[in-house]
Design a binder for this molecule. Sequence first.
Ligand code: C2E
Ligand code: MG
Ligand code: MG
Ligand code: MG
Length: 291
Amino acid sequence: ERKREGKNGAQVYDPAILDRTRERAEIESDIEAALASHWFEAHFQQIVEIETGRIIGFEALMRMRHPRKGLLPPAAVIGVAEETGSIGQIGEQIFEDAIANLARVSRLPGLGDTYVAVNFSPLQFDGHLATYLAGVLNRYDIRPSRLVVEITEAVLMHDNPEIRRILDSIHQLGCRIAIDDFGTGYSSLSYMSRFPVDIVKIDQSFIRSLDGSRKEVAEKSRMLVEGISAISHKMKCAVIAEGVETEDQRNFLREIGVDCAQGYLYAKPLGIADLMTTLSRSNDEPKSMAG
Ligand code: C2E
Ligand code: MG
Ligand code: MG
Ligand code: MG
């Protein structure tokens, strides 16, 4: 503990450190309460096929519905949860909520084949993961091909044979594997050849710079995104652009043949009630509205 020398020689605690310690303890106790009282819920964001405007899937994104603080984003929770290990239990609640909600969404016309993409923390990769996933999918009568397991490069970084075995068994089960935030890690390209990857999600930082104010940066970003897309396709991976917010971005992505897009241009992540309302409403609209 860092201490400061007080005026009369007494040791006083640095108030900034004390604040942080208190804040952290509060997050830990919020997480405990949230696990016990089921405050965690999966919100759904559409993933859209650019060419047709058709919804092909949803990403499940963790939210904590705190009775006093309102809806909290993952950034407020994940750091502490990974340190204490509670991310494992949180991840299971989010995954099960995501699969239960996919079952509900599937009953709407035209959405019976959609998938759900769920984020998994490196800490969730143990030898039982594939068996656990299969059990939950089976309980909700959801085909494994309708689950996409999203991993970040943090999972792949150590080239651990155990991780490879786990990913292989998830793959053999029939689920697909997506690399999230692609292009931001240390050796993005090498993971494509060493692991069974089906989908590449181009990080939103690249998409944001596509029509940024600095012309030179925008031009280089366009070349980068086009290159990543070409390599991914060559490796038989489907490509999703993350964080698509403008028509210009969407038009460029369509032009260079990126398969799918996700972002505020299409929809924000929604809780299940809002999602069901939105989806039933857009189902009534003429098809031309979708593109
Ligand atoms: P991610 O997996 O890359 O998810 C995409 C993030 O971008 C989400 O933030 C989403 O709300 C946001 N986003 C989507 N479209 C747009 C857009 O057009 N513009 C902008 N500015 N942002 C957009 P969110 O929900 O705050 O999640 C942040 C990160 O937290 C996720 O990044 C993921 O790494 C992690 N995460 C979320 N849910 C889970 C989970 O259940 N388990 C684990 N382990 N991590 C999760
Ligand atoms: Mg993700
Ligand atoms: Mg991402
Ligand atoms: Mg991210």
